[in-house]
Write a new protein. Sequence first.
Lengths: 492, 480
Amino acid sequence: MSANQAITHVPAHELSKKLVSKEISSVELTRAFLDSIQSSNDALGSFLHVSSEAALEDARHADQLLGQKGAKDLHPLCGIPIGIKDIICTQDIPTTGASRILKDFIPPYDATVVAHIRSIGGVRIGKTNCDEFAMGSSNENSAYRPCHNPWNVQHVPGGSSGGSAAAVSARQTPISLGTDTGGSIRQPAALCGIVGLKPTYGRVSRFGSMAFASSLDQIGPMTHCTQDAALALDAISRPCSKDATYQHKPYCYNPDHLSASIKGQTLGVPWTFIQGYANEDVLENFKKQIDFYASQGVTIKTIELPHQRFASACYYILAPAEASSNLLRYDGIRYTHQTKDKESLEAIFVNSRTEGFGLEVQRRILLGTFVLSAGYFDAYYTKARKVRALIRQDFDQAFEDVDIIATPTTPTQAFALGAKTKNPMDMYHADIFTVATPLAGNPAISIPSGFTDKSLPLGLQLTAKHFDEARLFAFGSAHEQAFDHHQKVPVI
Amino acid sequence: MTTFIPTIGLEVHAQLSSNTKLFCRCINAFGGQPNHHTCPVCLGMPGGLPTLNEKAVTFAVRAGLALGCDIQNTSVFSRKNYFYPDLPKGYQISQFDKPVCLGGGIETEHGFVELTRIHIEEDAGKLLHADSALNKSAGSLVDLNRAGVPLIEIVTEPVIQSAEHAVAFLKKLRSILRYIEVCDGNMEEGSLRCDANISVRPAGETQLRQRVEVKNINSFRFVHKAIDYEIHRQSETYKQGGNIEQETRLFNTDKMTTKTMRSKENANDYRYFPEPDLAPLILESAFIEDIRSEMPELPEARKQRYVQTYQLSEYDAGVLTAEKETADYFEKTLAAYNVSAPEKIKKLSNLITSEVLRLLKENHSKIQDIAITPQRLATTLSMIDQGTISGKMAKELLEEIIKTNNDPQDIVEAKGWKQESDPEALKKIVLEIIENNPGQREQYLKGKDKLFGFFVGQVMKATQGKANPAMVNELIKKLL
């Protein structure tokens, strides 16, 4: 292990100890990660923009705080680099949403989560690659470049937060932020072998995060381990008055959440649903995880989520519907790409958007516009809303009997680049186990659960009741005590 | 000859006078440096989210209560999606199938006008087109200071029967909104704007015919003109065997006519759906009752109070209370004047309705800014009561106050308008005149009553009109 790796391979909570004990400075640590990015970013494409200057400025500021009295009381992420998905606005740092239409956009404001990170002394190391406007499951819809899976660069890292996942997996940053609408944090976390948390809807402010589907979007951390996810959630779920859907329930980090006993708790498994979609490798891997929890004194219970099979259809009506409206603001008038061909007002709108948006984004805009149109609204949108209510009801009923629900995070391992780009329905199925949770609003975490015989990572998805992230951390932490999947690092 | 019966429904947009915008905390003010009252939210920048202004909701509820609406405990914000450069998000946040108020209405001298609903929505920005007074450049410019300003849209049922009826409704509505201080009602600045849906049908036909929406009518006079023009146009079209298509027309203020803006085929599909960034608006009954309990007195109640307490005529009370500022002015003057006799209050009312309001109009001034302050008007009235000046001098004195912005006492002093009210001095003059005109006195005493006026005239002549007429009358009667 090189000197650099001695730093970059260490999870954030341990780096924090080194910072507080002055074993290392934040500037040194930040430089180590910047070096790591430099050495592997060409191969991986995980970062769209490396904000070295802002990072070193933040690191110097953190070192100042760490040098003062009371450094022990600082937030454990003070001085820790954090990658930020390019969907999330960063003041004076380019933010493109991985879209051509925002090629030159530099926000004059910070997203709330970024402001929180800065206020605790976190280090903005750069903007991570993703699918354009978070629409995709493979990161192949980035307008700038694809991102590669660090475990096998021929394969996708998942999406849409593929860059965030790859960056943590390749140890380019100890933590990154992603956004999850239908699985965009959990699915790439699973495919890259890291931890990814989608918090409860309303736990984290969405202000400053480019809206894809407002009723589903949630920002969350992607980390080596559960403890880091808990620390990051503590930082980003702090109060915000600029998002009316923020529920004012900040998560307060407590080490007891991680060490809490899971013995005697009940874990529900929707076996029928899982068996219908998971491939053999995934199913076999998943059974091992369930066996592990059983061995820890957890009661395993088979449950039914009868409407789960409609989740994907429901999601691909509601999410594009909201997206078609959310993306109207990118109109060629103000801060976006503007066409050269502006013969008429309509030409400005149509040409700017046609030139600026990629094909998948255009597909979803068309889909969403269609389902909201007069004459089709009730058949699609209204019906999907009813199905959504039933899906939520399924979860609520299930949680009357169980504490946690487990499924595989993905139906397959990471697929090869280009394998699914021709068939959008195939691509949409990559989210089959993750789309239901955002429809119901529950929190869910993906934790590394091992590797296929092709050495590609798999993930276990755990879902809890609304605002019960602490239980996810307890289950995740217990798993990490027994396995070392989360410590495995890809060789690039 | 067929007579055509018009049916009109109005949609009135009223800007709420909250300090800040509806969904962000930018200031809500007319004018200003273009694009200076803006932030990432009202500019529609990536990641901007709406947060509802509670004050604006309070104002909307107050308006609903004042107009007799049912306030809904649950209402829902929806997105109205369309592209236009003055609409930065590409959608307007409005209320669609679940508005905050239902029902209600306003009584007018031409009949009651039922309301369908009132809903809350945000205003759009403004476009300054090329080569206009405010834009010398070649392209259109966008000013988003107005984007996100809170509005209520008040929608009437199609029950209005004439242009006069529509204007009467609008005047009452404006008065009420100003009374309850939710909208300044300034039509020139666009704080109150009106669209009209107009159709005509032959007398005897019960079914309403195709309606036409006329937009951009921003004064009472234009509302009158636009409706009359449309009634005429539609009636003539039918008479000539033509057809009226459903369309949106724009009122042209130069020609006082309307012209097609867009036909039904080109109508937008706004693709309304519930705004996912805002939870449904839940108004607890206690919240609504709090607003009701703090409701200021409305024009109709104030008018009735004036009739009962001050014994003013319905007509006078109506004029005084039509505008809140006029009524406030009346009450402030009355307090300074400090009288309770109905005839004195009537005198005060007359002076306001005839002189003060006329002077306001002539000077294009507002009653709250006029040089004739309530204190000065009260002083003027007291001076008349005390005989310092004659009632006839009041008009001239008020004009002089406006001209000089001086106190009435000083003007009377400077102009030498002081009335002769010293009984001894007047007695002396009257005696002198009687002595000098013995013939007339004799004829008067023989019964030629008309000659009384002669003596009055002589006294006035002798005093250059400054003699207190009441005292003169009394003295002449006594001394003759």
